[in-house]
Ligand binder design. Sequence first.
Ligand code: ZN
Length: 255
Amino acid sequence: MKEITITPVRYFDDNYAYVVHHTRFDLTAVIDCGDSGPVLDFLDRKHWRPDLLLLTHSHYDHAGDVEGLKTEFPETVVIKPAGETRIEGADREITDGDTVTFGDYRFTVVSTPAHTRYCTCYVLQDHLFVGDVLFSMGCGRLFEGSAADLVAVMDKLRTFPDQTRIYFGHEYTLENFDFARAVEPDNRDLVAYERVVSEKLDQDGLTTPTTLAWEKKINPFLRIDQPAVIAYLDPDRRLTRTMRMALLRSRKDDF
Ligand SMILES: [Zn+2]
């Protein structure tokens, strides 16, 4: 995939949009656009035009500035999850399993309702764009879905190949370390991952992307069946998986 480049673009305090460029076909896709300014600046520097805008969910910091991009580039095809009426200015609706053509590649749509009812991820080969569905060592709050929805989403994400690169919507990695350590104080992979993160931060200040291989080892929300996480949540082993997930999410909310 040398002909595909993926660049994170920071905006607001900690948000990420991603610009995906196909060099051979000279095509560009943007994932999320809560603030078009930094995205347009980056596209301008590269002399790229956005062919696609793929939206992960309705929150303003992800889908709140479609208009800004469309004003500059009216021909951009804006894609949103089917059923999501809170996003304005979309040209096409997609749902689980749909594909979006990108030259000789395609994005595959993965519905992941939990953070919001219509949260959607997009997969391009080994690259998975997750919005607020997953963060490094964390996941999005349950604004509209249930703990059972979150279990289903985490189980779905776990089915992707380990080498999958995960591009998340917020730079929360350092904050999430503290909670992950509280859940699993003896998890040695957290110590190793801290070195990886500090190298990344020294390089460019960004911890995205992470990989599914790492997250399976360090992200408590992908680890509710691990003995150490069960010991933290439910030492007497009385809870179902869904109850464990609900408790984990509420402890994170109160952390
Ligand atoms: Zn959100």
